[in-house]
Design a protein around this ligand. Structure first.
Ligand SMILES: [Zn+2]
Length: 301
């Protein structure tokens, strides 16, 4: 009898100390991918983002704490198309985690799942072009994001087959809510159709492509290169011939150049969140597009 009680007690103790099934460790290069992993994985994933909305994802420091995170990761989700070429390969080398190297199921590149824009006819890296493999800012097109979500759900199932029911159910639920939101965003953004907008960096090509907005110019003479006084003068001249509705920059960019051009042209400046966390109202991917479209249409009124 005593022996039985002892066994029962030890079983109870074991149940209390054994953690619930370990979640999949997801290392996202940017907040949008951590957010997408949460949408699709729920409690089966434990996601971490290497950058915040206030850091330039083209250039971050490969800190030792990030190496440790890559070492423990089951899955890396990054934009790809060379966005992280300045820091991710180093993290992968230092971490020594073969599961998450390029070509392995544990490495997921979002830009590889969709058709990219801005693919240069000829590559001239000497000019400092950070978009030599095409534009990597793919998350800012809601329709491409859905394609990426489907590919990511498939990948999660491959890495964690026991979770197939969870991933499938969560993807279907996400798809339904996302399609409804896309219809809403299109309607809300209708006044922006055909408008011309000046950008700081070409982060916005995918969203503008989706909404029928024209890029009236970029504050950077080439992606990744700083603005020059001469370039601003040339922009002012071209805007005098054909004006723009606004000048946009993201939370991770210095607003100085945008403000300068605004002073020169009287065109209003809008700061946009770029990714999850870029504004206190942007808590997930839905909030990202809600706030972005609200801020852009707000300038027109
Ligand atoms: Zn870029």
């Amino acid at each position: 009898m005593n022996k039985m009680i002892c066994t029962l007690l030890s079983m109870v103790m074991l149940a209390m100390t054994t953690p619930v099934m370990a979640a999949l460790n997801v290392f996202a290069c940017e907040p949008e991918w951590a957010s997408l992993a949460n949408e699709l994985g729920g409690e089966r994933v434990n996601s971490f983002s290497a950058t915040t909305a206030f850091q330039d994802p083209h250039h971050i420091e490969a800190r030792p704490s990030l190496i440790a995170k890559v070492r423990r990761a089951d899955l890396l989700i990054c934009s790809g198309a060379e966005l992280e070429v300045g820091w991710l390969p180093m993290l992968q080398r230092q971490a020594g985690n073969t599961k998450v190297l390029p070509g392995k199921p544990g490495y997921f590149e979002a830009a590889a799942m969709v058709k990219r824009l801005d693919i240069p006819a000829e590559i001239d890296r000497s000019m400092g072009d950070v978009h030599a493999s095409g534009n990597p800012h793919v998350h800012l097109d809601p329709s491409r994001l859905l394609t990426i979500a489907e590919a990511l759900a498939t990948r999660l199932i491959k890495i964690d087959p026991n979770g197939i029911d969870v991933y499938q159910q969560r993807f279907n639920d996400f798809k339904l809510r996302w399609q409804q939101a896309m219809n809403q965003w299109r309607k809300q953004a209708d006044p922006l159709k055909g408008k011309r907008i000046v950008v700081h960096h070409r982060d916005w090509v995918y969203l503008f492509d989706w909404l029928g907005i024209e890029i009236a110019g970029a504050l950077e003479p080439k992606p990744g290169l700083p603005t020059t006084a001469g370039h601003l003068v040339a922009l002012k001249k071209s805007l005098a011939a054909k004006t723009a509705a606004m000048i946009v920059h993201t939370t991770y960019q210095n607003p100085r150049a945008a403000k300068r051009l605004s002073q020169m042209t009287n065109i209003p400046v809008v700061e946009l969140p770029y990714t999850v966390g870029g504004d206190k109202e942007v808590k997930d991917l839905f909030g990202l597009f809600d706030v972005t479209i609200k801020k852009m249409t707000g300038v027109l009124q």
